[in-house]
Design a protein around this ligand. Structure first.
Ligand SMILES: [Zn+2]
Length: 311
């Protein structure tokens, strides 16, 4: 949260990657994402962490392993004196065509996220949710379909899932999603025909079209220019119907880049950790689950961390 001399960064979301550190060690993709978001001078210097390759830092080694969360996302294993601590960063176990899949790493201490750390959170298959979106475009061909998706990771995953479902028409983007979509495409992730979602009288008719924008753009004038829009929102939080309703979301899509309850529990077992620290979300339920299963656990409260919405 604060600038430090030497930062090891799991992934490019703003609640994990801040500008202003001395030296940053992160995957090549995360470094590119940080440069895209914060400019080329986001740190004093940077060093690429290759997946699976230990980097010596004083008396310790740090090794990055894929976390399956967004492009470039990694867990970081730190080893010293025969003890291995693995910091998960954010992660998920479900397949994601836009990033390398999560690898369980043996750990003595596992630091896990807990964004969706309650048993009520069980994410459905993302392809089913995309199927509901595409069915709606068929059912309401006269209406624009506005899909809220966070700029890093979610937007690109949603687009790729739409393509995998066989939809090859242009997909329109709010300007704030453009740079990161281009970055993903330059990393070899084919997102198909993407076009700016600019409404110029007479040039494009958005009836039946799919338009992606950041959730914050829904309340803006930008959103009201489209014909009778269907508001959709791709987020794990859409599991909570009340939340969707409050946000005026007509078509909630339960698509998350975070582990759900079952994945969190499975992952803790897979690491074989004797001790678990729980952070970034709903700590209590997961701490309780660990203790009930004979695993020492405690919440890790981070100084300066604001409980941000899911990115
Ligand atoms: Zn994240």
């Amino acid at each position: 949260m604060r600038p430090v001399d030497r930062a090891l960064i799991t992934h490019g979301h703003s609640d994990h990657a801040r500008a202003g550190h001395g030296t940053v060690l992160a995957t090549a993709e995360t470094l590119r994402i940080m440069a895209t978001r914060y400019g080329p001078d986001f740190a004093g210097s940077s060093e690429v962490a290759e997946l699976g390759k230990p980097v010596r830092i004083g008396e310790t080694t740090a090794t990055f392993h894929p976390a399956g969360h967004v492009l470039g996302s990694a867990q970081i294993a730190v080893e010293a004196g025969g003890m291995r601590v693995v910091a998960s960063g954010d992660y998920k176990r479900a397949a994601d065509p836009t990033c390398a899949g999560f690898e369980p790493i043996r750990a003595d201490v596992f630091i896990t996220e807990a964004t969706f750390g309650l048993p009520v959170f069980r994410h459905p298959p993302a392809s089913d949710e995309i199927g509901r979106l595409l069915a709606s475009t068929v059912q309401f061909p006269e209406r624009a379909h506005l899909v809220g998706a966070y700029a890093l990771g979610k937007a690109q995953r949603v687009i790729r899932l739409i393509r995998d479902a066989g939809y090859d028409k242009p997909i329109y983007l709010h300007g704030s999603l453009d740079a990161l979509c281009r970055l993903y495409q330059s990393e070899g992730i084919d997102l198909g025909d993407l076009r700016p979602a600019t409404v110029n009288a007479g040039t494009t008719d958005f009836a039946g079209a799919i338009i992606l924008g950041p959730p914050s753009a829904f309340g803006e004038r930008w959103a009201r220019r489209f014909p009778d829009p269907v508001f959709a929102f791709a987020s794990g939080w859409m599991r909570i119907r009340q939340r969707a309703k409050q946000q005026g979301v007509e078509l909630p899509l339960v698509i998350s880049d975070h582990a759900d309850w079952d994945e969190l529990c499975q992952t803790i077992r897979d690491t074989g950790a004797g001790e678990v620290w729980v952070t970034h979300g709903r700590e209590e339920a997961l701490v309780h689950w660990c203790q009930a299963n004979g695993i020492a656990a405690r919440p890790l409260h981070l100084v300066g961390y604001e409980d941000e919405v899911e990115e």
